[in-house]
Design a protein around this ligand. Structure first.
Ligand SMILES: Cc1cc2nc3c(=O)[nH]c(=O)nc-3n(C[C@H](O)[C@H](O)[C@H](O)COP(=O)(O)O)c2cc1C
Length: 180
């Protein structure tokens, strides 16, 4: 059976859902990542769930997070993040989860990609978003990982995060070889 890592970034606090600012106790991508772990476990896999965290936290408020993330995107920043999971080299499959920020990956995901050697791994990005799906994020990841197999994962829209389970179940049913 393949060794699977689920590495994700998720921002708790204020966010925009259906054009309203709401406070999320648990980030949408974290909800999706935990559901993915549960569904993989139900198929007999033993995934490792790893949360990517920025060393200098993003603000709680939506406007502050927008401002900082925009500046990071424009400057191509690689903010410092926590140490990665132990024995990264042993994983065959890496699910990489993140929210769509400004149409692409949040800067801590860029840092995580650059901090690790993905050669020989299968990378499966999955996203939660406010309506724009993966947009530029897949191309950004592929450009960062030349020669690495990157497979489009699943996308969950923020207002329907409660239905993430069904999106994940159907993705895993369509890709049974990922778990074997
Ligand atoms: C800084 C910021 C930028 C965002 N930019 C986009 C965007 O460009 N396109 C989009 O569809 N959603 C965008 N969103 C919405 C998030 O992708 C969505 O709410 C996501 O589910 C949040 O996941 P999280 O709770 O795990 O952080 C943005 C949210 C934030 C906070």
């Amino acid at each position: 059976m393949k060794k699977i890592l689920i590495a994700y970034f998720s921002h708790e606090g204020e966010n925009l859902v259906d054009d309203r600012i709401v406070t999320l106790e648990k980030g949408n991508t974290r909800i999706a990542a935990e559901e993915l772990a549960k569904q993989l476990e139900s198929k007999g896999a033993k995934p490792m769930l790893f949360r990517i965290e920025e060393m200098i936290p993003y603000p709680q408020d939506y406007e502050g997070t927008l401002a900082r993330s925009r500046q990071e995107k424009e400057s191509g920043a690689n903010p410092l993040i926590n140490d990665g999971p132990n024995n990264f080299e042993l994983y065959d499959v890496v699910f990489l989860g993140f929210p769509n920020w400004w149409g692409t990956i949040p800067a801590p995901i860029l840092s995580f990609i650059r901090d690790h050697d993905f050669s020989g791994k299968k990378v499966i990005p999955f996203i939660t978003h406010g309506g724009q799906d993966f947009l530029y994020s897949l191309d950004t990841i592929k450009a960062e990982l030349p020669g690495v197999e990157v497979i489009k994962g699943f996308a969950c829209a923020a207002p329907y995060i409660a239905s993430a389970k069904y999106v994940i179940i159907s993705f895993l049913e369509e890709n049974p070889e990922l778990v074997k």
